[in-house]
Each structure stands twice: as C-alpha cells, then as structure tokens.
Design a protein around this ligand. Structure first.
Ligand code: TYD
Length: 203
C-alpha cells in the first residue's frame, strides 16, 4: 500500500485559505482521490473541544502553545497517520507551521520551544506540501471585517500581530523551499484555483 499524501494550508486570518481548502478537497475528490479534509486546531472530538477553548479563553502564551500541540498530537494519532497509512490524501486547514507563525511569530514564544514540542510530538511528520496564502495585512483585515460578524480571540488581534505572523510565514517559506509554495492571495479565487491545480499536478 502506497502511503497517502499530506497537504496543509496556511496563512494569516483573512487571506482566503479556507475557501481554497474547500475547493481543493472537492477538486481532488472529483479526480477520484480519497480525501480526508480536516483542520487545526481541531480535527477530532477532543481537538474540537480544545479549539473552542483556544479561540475564546484568555490564557498564558505557553498554555496556548501546549494546547495547540495537544490537539495536534491527538489529530495525528487518530486521523492523519491512519489516513496516510491507508493511502488517503489528507488536506488540512493549518498544521504545525501555524504554531511557529502565531505562537512564535505573533506572540513571541521562543522558536526553539516550539521546535522542541514539534520534535517530541510529531516524530518528524511534516506535510508533503504546504500552501501558504500570502497577502498584505491590510487586505486580509479588510476581508476579515467583511466576512466575520464575531471575530475570535486571534481575529481580534491588531495589525502589528498579523505583520509578525505574516513575516514568520515568509521565513518558513524561505527556509523550506522543497515543501512550501507561497501563493499570492490577492489574486482572484478562479486564478488561485488554477495555480493550485498546477501545483498538485506536479508535486
Ligand atoms: P482558522 O483556520 O483561522 O479558523 P477560521 O478560519 O475558522 O477562523 O484557525 C483558527 C485560529 O487558530 C487562527 O487564528 C490561527 C490560530 N492557530 C494558532 O494560533 N496556532 C496553531 O497552531 C493553529 C493550528 C492555529
């Protein structure tokens, strides 16, 4: 049995990644692939409970990082590893890069602390392909304002926070050229659909 493929979607809030995530899941299924669509934080019953806490409850930044990784550990064990072992495609709205971008970049937790958590809990698991949706913070914030009636704890952050998150994502893209593709999220959804089609046809 060939191991499945693992794709993650990343980007600052408002970049439009969730729309494209849903589109790619439908596209791959239409191509006859068996796709497990998931998201982080979340993806399991326990992970979704942790998500509800993470998005609503004020907490210390290390608590936030630990809960993100707790939810992820469960997600990997219950969903991602079994799916990849079956040969399915896993298409996940956010994965470990989000912890580096938000908890290290955005909140200022030491990169090395997150690396230690990743080394401990993921045993080297990384997506085969990561799509980072990049847009200027002002563009993403405008989209967020138009689309979100009740912003969560992260969405309520100031522009400077998202600038730091964006810069961390750009650093991740720079340091992982074989895994990461940076997508200009200012393009129209139809143009981005084509970009994704081309990327998944060749990765
Ligand atoms: P998001 O995908 O933006 O959910 P939605 O589109 O439904 O609002 O994810 C929720 C938030 O969680 C997002 O603001 C980023 C944050 N997050 C982290 O801070 N660290 C992480 O490791 C993950 C997975 C998400």
């Amino acid at each position: 049995m060939t191991r499945g493929r693992f794709i993650s979607f990343e980007g600052i809030d408002g970049a439009g990644k969730s729309t494209q995530h849903a589109w790619l899941v439908d596209y791959l299924r239409a191509q006859g692939k068996t796709v497990v669509a998931s998201r982080e934080p979340g993806g399991t019953p326990l992970g979704e409970k942790l998500r509800a806490l993470l998005l609503a409850e004020p907490m210390h930044l290390e608590t936030e990082a630990l809960l993100m990784f707790a939810a992820r550990r469960e997600h990997v064990a219950q969903v991602i590893e079994p799916a990849l072992a079956r040969g399915d495609w896993v298409v996940c709205d956010r994965f470990v890069d989000a912890s580096f971008a938000y908890q290290a970049g955005g909140r200022g937790l030491a990169w090395e602390k997150l690396q230690a958590l990743a080394d401990w809990t993921l045993a080297g698991l990384q997506p085969d392909l990561t799509l980072i949706f990049d847009a200027p913070v002002a563009v993403a914030q405008e989209r967020l304002r138009a689309a979100t009636a009740n912003p969560d704890r992260f969405e309520q952050e100031q522009a400077a926070f998202f600038e730091r998150v964006r810069n961390a994502y750009l650093r991740i893209a720079d340091e992982n050229p074989a895994r990461v593709r940076l997508i200009d999220a200012r393009q129209t959804p139809a143009v981005i659909n084509k970009v994704l089609e081309n990327i998944v046809a060749t990765f």
